[in-house]
Design a protein around this ligand. Sequence first.
Ligand code: UT7
Length: 339
Amino acid sequence: MKSFMIQGARILATGSAVPNSRLNNNQVSQIVQTSDEWIFSRTGIKERRLLTGDNQSIVDLAALASTKALNSTLLQASDIDLIILATSSPNDLFGSASQVQAKIGAKNAVAFDLTAACSGFVLGLVTAYQFLCSGSYRNILVIGADVLSKWTDWSDRSTCILFGDGAGAVIIQSCSKKENSILGFQLNTDGSYANHLSISYQQEVNAHPILNLYQGSFKYISMNGKEVYKFAVSQVPLSILKCLKSLNISVNDIDWLLLHQANERILNVVAEKLSISSTKIIANLNKYGNTSAASIPLALDEAIKENKISDNDIIVISGFGAGLTWGTVVLKWSSILLK
Ligand code: UT7
């Protein structure tokens, strides 16, 4: 979709945070019947981080990533107008963004959660872009954070090998159309395949005796890995191509391909289908596994800290996952040194 709005948006800063506790593939193989060789060859994952202990939550991770991003700008927390927390594993079903707002002292910010699983950060970025382009807000903090280890069935080897915990944040600011760095986006949903990947609510067998009301609770992640894999390698390249076409940008112009870090094989197949050199793939899932909404901002922050990305580089970002949801954002990078 092309934007017809008058203003632009630029990414001022990034930050990320992961828990200290590491779990490598050999340690996973002591919990379920698997091996380092199987996990690494099928996914590219070597280890992941887990939010262990009882004194830290997703809010702490999200706040730390946000504070790191803020500290690399001249902005104060009170300059943030809006916080969007993309997560599927909040502390509170009513939303955790307000707890992040309080923790970082962003007292002037409106804050809400956005649930779109592994596409959450892409949808958060596009949502923020709308508020900036319309002139409603000037500074927005978009966070992708998930602690799926809390929702993983640690006896299910088909899922527990994949996920890790983490948070990534970006601060986006409105700017003139000339300085705009979010060139365009393309988003999709197909709810008819929602059952391929879910953390579903399960009702108790018996109803409340007087109210005939069935209560229940959320269970563990359930995934049809093969179907999700096929969906990702078929639909993500199409979304990227549609987005590039709407912007009149050629695949050859892409400097970096930053996909949701679900499986290294998916990253490679998508790049191959688009004839993008594997040297342009940004990947860090060997260290963190699939951190869901956190994976893209976490990898972006690392790539920036490693000085991989230069001014005017075109970065193609795609998220995909439960819903099913998937989508692409194309960025033209510009580093704005505010500090
Ligand atoms: O973030 C949201 C998006 N999620 C994804 O993108 C996930 C997409 N899917 C995948 O990444 C892959 O499907 C997996 C990594 C989850 C699984 O890889 P696969 O190559 O599709 O394996 P499979 O499910 O077809 O299983 C192959 C074999 C089976 O044994 P048989 O039936 O061939 O005897 C499984 O039982 O591997 C077995 N298996 C395992 N063996 C050792 C499944 N999990 C494991 C395991 N260790 N952890």
